[in-house]
Design a protein around this ligand. Structure first.
Ligand SMILES: *Cc1c(COP(=O)(O)O)cnc(C)c1O
Length: 227
């Protein structure tokens, strides 16, 4: 068994273990392999091991990989900051955008989504730490944005995403993710039909699963450290 296979098995075991430990249904947490900075060969190797969904932060880099993997029917998720001059390419190449935080970008993605593709799945990125430097909407601005996004026919709002400030302490990690879960619950109470909580990376995946993540975005634990 090679390193990649071993690391994938370890990640899958950790997800399964956290599901059991925190009373989550087996198989309820999806693995998104974050393949930014990794080559198409690494994506292909993971795809052959049964990984179906890949996350990318840079549009051009992702386009290069897609060109090299024409036969693979994989789910591609855009998780980087969405710039308005890239919305056309994002709406064409990707199945999901996790990092939506501005109505202007939403409108452009909606307009650019090709008619022969299903609506683009989107998550709203929430800045739960309310850090000025970070992308994402504040909790206050969340519901109005969710409402506006739902009026766009070529986008389908699926849930929320967060990338909290790195914390070493499990309880601190959990607190941040609990805020995202509660925000999702409030939106659900208001009638939004959401099924995705995109939260948790290599360092805080267990805490995210404990708080209800339905999708964890894992790079380093699968591929090793990025250069
Ligand atoms: C890079 C990245 C990840 C993966 O982080 P790792 O620590 O490598 O698991 C997850 N989410 C986002 C938004 C990222 O940019």
């Amino acid at each position: 068994m090679n390193d990649l296979h071993e690391r994938l098995q370890r990640v899958r075991r950790e997800i399964a273990k956290a599901e059991r430990q925190f009373g989550r249904e087996a198989g309820s947490v999806k693995l998104l392999a974050v393949s930014k900075t990794r080559g198409a060969d690494a994506v292909l190797a993971l795809a052959r091991l049964g990984v179906t969904d890949f996350g990318e932060n840079y549009v051009q880099e992702a386009q290069g990989k897609l060109r090299q993997l024409p036969e693979q029917s994989l789910g591609w998720h855009f998780i980087g900051p969405a710039q308005s001059n890239k919305t056309g390419a994002i709406a064409t190449c990707f199945d999901w955008v996790h990092s939506l935080a501005r109505m202007r970008i939403a409108t452009r993605l909606d307009a650019a989504r090709p008619a022969d593709l299903p609506p683009l799945n989107v998550c709203i990125q929430v800045n739960i730490d309310a850090e000025v430097s970070k992308s994402g909407v504040t909790l206050d601005a969340l519901e109005p944005l969710a409402e506006q996004i739902c009026s766009l026919p070529r986008l389908r709002l699926r849930g929320l995403m967060a990338l909290p400030a790195p914390a070493a302490d499990f309880a601190v990690q959990r607190r941040a993710f609990a805020q995202l879960r509660q925000a999702q619950e409030r939106l659900s109470d208001r009638g939004f039909a959401l099924d995705t909580l995109s939260m948790g990376t290599t360092n805080d995946m267990r805490a995210a699963i404990a708080e209800g993540a339905t999708l964890v975005r894992i790079g380093t634990a699968l591929f090793g450290p990025r250069k």
